[in-house]
Write a protein that binds this ligand. Sequence first.
Ligand code: GLU
Length: 305
Amino acid sequence: MKNLLVNLVDKNKKYTEEGFLASYIPALLKANKDDLGIYVVDIKNNEEYWAGECDVKFTIQSISKVVGLIIALSDNGRDAVFKKVNVEPTGMGFNSIVNLEIRDEKPYNPMINAGAIVTTSLIYGETEERKLERILNFIRRATNNEDINVNQEIYESEKETGDRNRSLAYFMKSNGILEGNVEEVLDLYFKQCSIEVTAKDLARFGAVIANDGITPWGNEVLMSREVCRIVKTIMVTCGMYDASGEFAVQVGIPAKSGVGGGILATVPRRYGIGIYGPALDQKGNSIGGIHVLKNLSEELELSIF
Ligand code: GLU
């Protein structure tokens, strides 16, 4: 496995030249464009394998949408969550506002910004600090890494430049989808996007999802089987922005990407996979990462379909 991963990173590194770094906030442009790493946790024997840049920290960004969904479902139950957010792919950009007005009042799914702002608003906690603590604690347990924290510089930039998210949130407040204090919900959303992880952290998180919500290293239950099933399903249909259909055909495993260059992927009952490659393709997915996952899926026959 180790050799396979090294070969796949070597072979696909060239694609990073064709990609571009996310630039909507200056801090993200500091990443090394040609970094590419893959980390795999084999849950059957609890072995870990990696190649490339797997200890570089980057912000979790949209992958935090998976965390928000898991906690919102665990806190509220599926009926209450899906009363506020749908589960259909959009075919629109991740921060599109148009569907909210013309198609349906509810956001299309929890993997686009509007839907994730809603799931974040549903997380229980007496104070905003407590809610953030719950998100951080969840990620720390799911990655077996106590050092997980928010990158303050990125959080501040997210907040300063987050006008599109602000408009989505206020629009949803106006039609009753979003309740409570909009600025507080947004603040929590910006913080959750700014949590720093590595490819190794994402692989461990993927391993928990692959193992039906239970940590393979400590047998700790982090979510119910039911929540885990729902989350995997939505990752397949909506996890890779507007390229989710193509990714399902080419790779065929539940995954969620973020503009920080991370991909969280999970092969049910087999592997947790974490990718880092900050050079993105046109759809906002790690360009080298997608190629590595495609090759890995072909080599090991990972497609669930
Ligand atoms: N913080 C970003 C936003 O909400 C997340 C973007 C992403 O990873 O898709 O705009």
